[in-house]
Design a protein around this ligand. Structure first.
Ligand SMILES: Nc1ncnc2c1ncn2[C@@H]1O[C@H](COP(=O)(O)OP(=O)(O)OP(=O)(O)O)[C@@H](O)[C@H]1O
Length: 226
């Protein structure tokens, strides 16, 4: 999914990234930690094609992101303070995002708007910082891009909403003795079965009824999926 080899980058001759290497082949969630000014946003910009690597190799989902229009179908970068038109309300922003993202999942978008309790008809320019973050999360997740990058995704969220975000992809988690049972919103594919078996997990289809109940809970048990 992400392949970085010996990446170096400088702004105005000031070295920001030096010999960065990263290879991730599995779908997973990766967090970037680092001091302020250490180059995290710069790395995200390079991964999403907004900046050109100084030297080295950068590939995301098999494509070189810089100067490559095809890359928009492989990687999505949701920046902090993502720019929205002053004229847009939530529905406008979702409509625009759906036009540009091949894998757009409207059902998921509607569910997330509901969980975050975002007012659909209010102009985004009138949103609070936390609400701005929420609409950015909704678009980032519902786009279902092969690689999605968030910069400061919990900025402005209160503790409850931050938990909602971090816990967004697992629908239910139950402890049965020493067993932990988790309901995840994932297609039941051969690949998923193989991944589960390789990790000593037992996997079974959730009853549709239980799935729907979990999906529509307002104070949902939507919990983390790693
Ligand atoms: N457009 C730019 N032109 C010149 N220097 C820049 C530019 N953008 C960032 N920098 C510099 O590059 C360095 C890394 O910045 P970057 O925003 O990538 O850091 P960061 O790790 O994301 O920081 P933070 O945690 O504060 O968000 C900083 O020294 C910053 O001043």
């Amino acid at each position: 999914m992400i392949n970085i080899k010996n990446l170096s980058f400088a702004y105005d001759k000031k070295n920001i990234l030096k010999d960065v290497n990263l290879s991730e082949t599995e779908p997973l969630i990766v967090g970037l930690w680092g001091r302020n000014g250490s180059g995290k946003t710069t790395l995200m910009k390079i991964l999403s094609g907004l900046e050109k690597p100084g030297s080295g190799i950068v590939e995301v989902d098999g494509v070189v992101p810089y100067n490559n229009i095809e890359a928009m179908h492989h990687v999505l970068f949701m920046q902090e303070d993502h720019p929205y038109s002053d004229l847009w309300d939530v529905n406008d922003a979702l409509g625009f995002a759906s036009d540009f993202n091949r894998n757009w999942d409207q059902t998921l978008a509607d569910e997330l708007v509901y969980i975050f309790q975002l007012p659909r008809n209010q102009k985004i320019r009138k949103f609070s910082k936390g609400m701005n973050t929420m609409i950015t999360i909704v678009i980032g997740l519902a786009s279902k891009s092969p690689v999605t990058i968030f910069d400061e995704p919990s900025n402005g969220l209160d503790a409850h909403m931050r938990k909602q975000f971090y816990d967004m992809t697992v629908l239910e988690e139950r402890k049965l003795g020493k067993q932990l049972k988790v309901m995840v919103d994932e297609a039941y594919t051969e690949n998923l079965k193989m991944r589960a078996e390789a990790n000593d997990l037992t996997i079974e289809k959730a009853p549709f009824q239980d799935y729907l109940v979990n999906l529509t809970k307002r104070e949902s048990n939507i919990n983390a999926f790693a």
